[in-house]
Design a protein around this ligand. Structure first.
Ligand code: ZN
Length: 338
């Protein structure tokens, strides 16, 4: 799994204290990471997920250096966003990791938000779907991938649209955007289209893995050809969401995907601490079946958090796993790496 990066993306929101270039600037120093030029023109693919009037509006606002989606924009913002889309589509095609900014998962077809303008993952998944692939998108960012869910559900519900994308988001309870976060399942045209799982504040690597395993089991009937990971790292214990994931948890996620045998790609979403690149590195090591690159012990959630997790996700788990099917029994312990 190659890291797809281009230092031009560091020119967007250069003084941003939260979603700023420092998040992934380390990549520019790594000898094995080059500036990648997308094989596709991202601008021509924006309409896969966005209204044309919205695309024009974002371009114009960037030209005028407006403050939107909580960041200062410029023409570099628009160019970076288009580059991010192109690299995300390349990642989807080739099974690579698009280490891009601005992120995309809060952008819906006609609305920016949460540092996001164009939905990199939704566009990449739709591109694959248009080629006949069945795509499972798992969003592990600590925030809900509300934009991605909106776009995928609208596509599934459209009478002419293919619906071969399934979406799952694993979010921190009480995170932004508050009103949209509900544990639940959306079924469209007779099949599960999206799943939303919540983990309580303090959740460790074990709960992230449990959630991912649940999604993987729930997607068996869907039979995905490709898995796309919306790779947000703001669940890391060094970030401010109150979750306790570590590099080892992201490594474990990679290992679980490696064992699934499914073609996998990833697109960077949030994550504002100083170890974003290490999290990417650990995830890729897992995907490639290598040993963990960092000596970081996995974090274990307290029992009271498991009680809370089971409580808030009981209904979703019951539906997904046909109630008494025995989720913990089905989950092989080798899938939970600590
Ligand atoms: Zn986030």
């Amino acid at each position: 799994m190659k890291i797809l990066f281009n230092r031009d993306m560091l020119r967007h929101n250069q003084n941003g204290r939260v979603e700023g270039p420092r998040r992934i600037a380390k990549l520019a120093e790594l000898p094995d990471v080059d500036d990648c030029v997308p094989s596709v023109d991202g601008e021509k693919l924006l309409a896969l997920a966005h209204r044309t009037d919205y695309i024009e509006r974002i371009k114009e606002l960037c030209r005028k250096n407006q403050h939107i989606a909580e960041v200062n924009t410029s023409i570099h913002t628009y160019n970076s966003a288009v580059l991010a889309v192109g690299l995300s589509v390349d990642a989807a095609i080739n099974g690579d990791f698009a280490a891009v900014r601005p992120p995309g998962h809060h952008a819906s077809s006609d609305r920016e938000g949460g540092f996001c303008f164009f939905n990199n993952m939704a566009i990449a998944a739709i591109h694959l779907s248009n080629q006949g692939k069945r795509v499972l998108v798992i969003d592990i960012d600590g925030h809900h991938g509300n934009g991605t869910q909106c776009i995928i559900e609208a596509r599934a519900a459209h009478p002419d649209g293919a619906g071969e994308i399934m979406f799952a988001s694993i979010d921190g309870e009480f995170g932004w955007p508050h009103i949209l976060i509900r544990p639940g399942i959306t079924r469209i045209n007779g099949r599960t289209c999206s799943i939303n799982l919540l983990v309580p504040a303090g959740a460790g690597d074990d709960m992230l893995m449990d959630s991912v395993n649940l999604v993987m089991q729930a997607s068996k009937e869907f039979r995905p050809d490709v898995i796309g990971i919306s790779f947000g790292t703001d669940g890391h214990r060094d970030d401010n969401l109150g979750l306790k994931y570590t590099e080892h948890g992201f490594y474990g996620l990679g290992r679980a995907l490696h064992r699934s045998g499914k073609k996998t790609f990833a697109v960077l979403e949030g994550g504002y601490h100083s170890l974003v690149v290490e999290c990417i590195d650990a995830f890729i090591a897992g995907i490639e079946g290598r040993n963990p690159p960092y000596e970081v012990p996995g974090t274990i959630s307290q029992q009271r958090l498991w009680d809370r997790f089971n409580d808030i996700t009981r209904e979703v788990k019951g539906v997904l796993l046909d109630n008494n099917h025995g989720m913990h029994q089905e989950m092989e312990t080798e899938d939970i790496i600590l």
